[in-house]
Write a protein that binds this ligand. Structure first.
Ligand code: UTP
Length: 446
């Protein structure tokens, strides 16, 4: 893109100010700015500007809906799904899709969140736990589970470096596919693109919903097709308890021919900040925590249980065909009012005291209404969910380490080993993926 082309496209979209420091930039700075301008999607920016008129209004009420029915397969039914999932795993038809492009701002860790040391004894990183589970699956079923990892421009190089430095945690590197999500500019309240330096447009990742377009653009979807993948297990980087490609969940989605299935768990309390899967106007949808009234959150059934008992921790199954179809469809945008460092007319970067601009994101759960068949499956959060979101308090490294160890202590107890209270515990997922494997293999205490 030349300067003249950039100027023309910016001015025709009312964004000429992006070039206002052009003459002060050196040749490298000018080239970098032109490269950034070339990535801008002005159709999307137009949609963002249109959304600004509703900015500041309280979140729309979720309206009338019913909680979605929850599957909790047991006994013979569960065995059927489990066998189907195992068959698909043995045939190499299952992939793992990890979204790891987030900024981890609440945790405040300097580096990709997946590099955060979470092993209670070893300090091994989140990525280690995920990768070792994939290794465990390959050992169990004899076929690899290809690993698709979404990064963002901000953490892509650092993420790859972590995998390199750890020899891919023992995985075959040909089965690990990194792909980078899109970045979007932020807008000020007048709809102008925000510069954070004289020659630089502030950009941030386009949300976990950016996965679909990025899967397509990067060739990851084509790669899945080439490998004969039929079922894709989707998960987030911050939960080292996740049961990756749980055969029952894989088999449920496949047996029912579903486009998508979501794992759901009992909420900690009525106000836990989780989205809930609902049926509204005969269509499945996710209702975000911010859209629920206190009355809806606190409502109880006649037996005293919560009406909205289950929340979604973003553990999903997708059919590959559905991902492919959705990748070609535009997704809705969501806006968030944020503090964004911004250059002033003197060319100095100023950190605001109050939110001064809007970031835009796509959310993966916006595909839910498009699924022809969709299921939700209950799981036990003490076994599968304890995310690292915050630096302290709930959902922090301390609670995750506590929950990991409680789970492993339970596995050890099932294998006949009771440790004195407070003994630190850590189990390599490549040694045992679950209590049964641990019992069958015997216990190594190192
Ligand atoms: P979160 O919003 O919980 O985590 O995203 P975050 O972005 O890492 O942390 P905060 O909100 O800034 O504190 C949930 C999952 O979605 C991924 C994250 O990496 C995490 O696995 N994600 C989020 C992306 O891959 N891209 C995004 O643009 C946003």
């Amino acid at each position: 893109m030349t300067f003249e082309e950039a100027k023309a496209v910016l001015e025709s979209n009312g964004q000429g100010h992006v070039l206002r420091f052009w003459d002060k930039l050196d040749a490298t700075g000018q080239a970098a700015l032109l490269a950034q301008i070339a990535t801008l999607d002005f159709a999307a920016i137009g949609r963002m500007q249109a959304m600004l008129k509703d900015a500041g209004k309280p979140a729309a009420a979720a309206g009338t809906f019913e909680p979605a029915p929850v599957e909790a397969p047991e006994g013979d039914e569960k065995a059927v799904y489990h066998a189907k999932g195992e068959e698909l795993l043995r045939a190499g038809k299952v992939a793992a899709l990890l979204v790891a492009g987030g900024q981890g701002s609440r945790l405040g860790y300097d580096g990709p969140k997946g590099a955060y040391p979470i092993g209670p004894i070893s300090d091994r990183p989140l990525f280690w736990f995920h990768a070792r589970k994939l290794l465990g699956l390959k050992q169990t079923y004899g076929a690899p589970v290809p690993f698709y990892i979404m990064t963002s421009e901000t953490n892509d190089a650092a993420t790859r470096a972590v995998f390199e430095a750890n020899d891919y945690f023992g995985l075959d590197r040909a089965g690990v596919f990194f792909f980078v999500q899109g970045m979007w500019p932020a807008l000020d309240p007048e709809g102008k693109i925000i510069l954070d330096k004289p020659g630089h447009i502030f950009m941030s990742p386009d949300g976990h919903g950016g996965t679909l377009a990025a899967l397509d653009r990067s060739g990851a979807l084509a790669d899945m097709a080439k490998r004969g993948i039929e079922q894709v297990f989707f998960f987030q980087v911050d939960n080292p308890m996740v049961d990756i490609a749980d055969p029952t969940f894989v088999g449920l989605n496949a047996t029912k021919g579903a486009d998508m299935s979501l794992k759901v768990c009992k909420k900690r309390d009525a106000h836990e900040g989780m989205g809930v899967v609902v049926i509204r106007d005969n269509t499945y949808a996710m209702v975000e925590y911010s859209e629920l009234s206190d009355e809806q959150m606190e409502r109880t059934n006649p037996d005293g249980s919560l009406w909205l008992a289950y929340g979604s921790p973003a553990i999903h199954m997708f059919s590959r065909a559905f991902l492919q179809a959705e990748a070609e469809r535009p997704m809705p945008l969501h806006l968030a009012h944020k503090k964004i460092a911004m250059v002033n007319d003197a060319g100095e970067t100023v950190k605001p005291e109050k939110p001064n601009g809007y970031k835009f994101e796509k959310f993966i759960f916006d595909v839910i209404p498009n699924a022809k068949t969709l299921l939700t499956m209950a799981f036990d959060r003490t076994q599968e969910f304890s995310p690292v979101k915050n630096a302290e308090g709930n959902d922090s490294p301390a609670t995750t380490k506590r929950d990991l160890q409680a789970k492993w202590r339970g596995w050890l107890a099932q294998a006949g080993v009771t440790l004195p209270e407070g003994t630190p515990v850590e189990i390599d997922p490549a040694y045992a993926l679950n209590a049964e494997q641990l019992k069958a293999k015997g216990i190594l205490i190192g």
